[in-house]
Design a protein around this ligand. Structure first.
Ligand SMILES: Nc1nc2c(c(=O)[nH]1)N(C=O)[C@@H](CNc1ccc(C(=O)N[C@@H](CCC(=O)O)C(=O)O)cc1)CN2
Ligand SMILES: Nc1ncnc2c1ncn2[C@@H]1O[C@H](COP(=O)(O)OP(=O)(O)OP(=O)(O)O)[C@@H](O)[C@H]1O
Length: 188
């Protein structure tokens, strides 16, 4: 991996984060409602497991955007530099505050391999390219976990964050789809 690629990722991250911080609360509420409706319409069965996340900071979506998912939902738990751990999302009462202003499930931890049993993974991202290259927050948590997945990977971003090009490193796992407030789920 070249430092040029890292620099390009860092520059792109700064630009995208500045744009995210400029999104008004009114727009955020409209986006969150739209994402919740798209999530509720996903083709998942009651026996399926979806690995998802609760948005933090300026990410699109809100604390209730997963409520329409009528299946088993797992949320990530950060454990240092290891792949993400996972636990079942049982609702607002089952969440505890964690690092980075995250809310994490307080129930039993299922281990990093739990993601391998998912039928769909909704992945937080700052941007995704039309060829599926995802840019995350730069800590490599999802990069370490996604190689375990066989199911479709869907990046969740704003419409303006679907880009023609995102710098790709060898470890970057390609997304199969993208979910945005205006368009919903689109396969790449
Ligand atoms: N919602 C969500 N959950 C996630 C991730 C993520 O990107 N988003 N992660 C992905 O690996 C892991 C946690 N890693 C994180 C790393 C940094 C920040 C962070 O910088 N938080 C800022 C606000 C960011 C923003 O506005 O977008 C903060 O705390 O101020 C958050 C999570 C697992 N869970
Ligand atoms: N499979 C892996 N094992 C160990 N380290 C990894 C792995 N994948 C990526 N990394 C490291 O993680 C760091 C962040 O990578 P990158 O910039 O691609 O993050 P990102 O995809 O934007 O963020 P994230 O995955 O946290 O959402 C880099 O230093 C990279 O070398």
């Amino acid at each position: 991996m070249t430092s040029d690629l890292r620099d390009r990722k860092a520059t792109l991250r700064s630009r995208l984060m500045a744009a995210r911080r400029a999104v008004s609360p009114e727009i955020r509420a409209v986006e969150a409602a739209a994402l919740a409706a798209h999530v509720a319409a996903l083709d998942v069965g009651a026996d399926d497991t979806v690995c998802a996340f609760l948005p933090v900071g300026s990410e699109p979506g809100d604390a209730t955007w997963l409520d329409g998912l009528r299946c088993r939902v797992l949320l990530p738990i950060v454990t240092g530099d290891s792949p993400l751990d996972w636990a079942v999302h049982t609702g607002p009462d089952g969440l505890v505050p964690a690092a980075f202003r995250l809310l994490e499930p307080s129930g039993p931890r299922l281990g990093a391999s739990a993601i391998a049993g998912a039928s769909l993974v909704l992945v937080p991202a700052l941007a995704v390219s039309v060829s599926g290259v995802r840019l995350g927050k730069g800590q490599g948590h999802y990069d370490r976990s996604l190689p375990l997945v066989k199911a479709p990977l869907v990046a969740v971003v704003r419409d303006s964050e679907v880009l023609a090009d995102v710098p790709a490193e060898p470890h970057d796992v390609r997304m199969n789809g993208v979910l945005t407030p205006s368009v919903g789920l689109r396969w790449l």
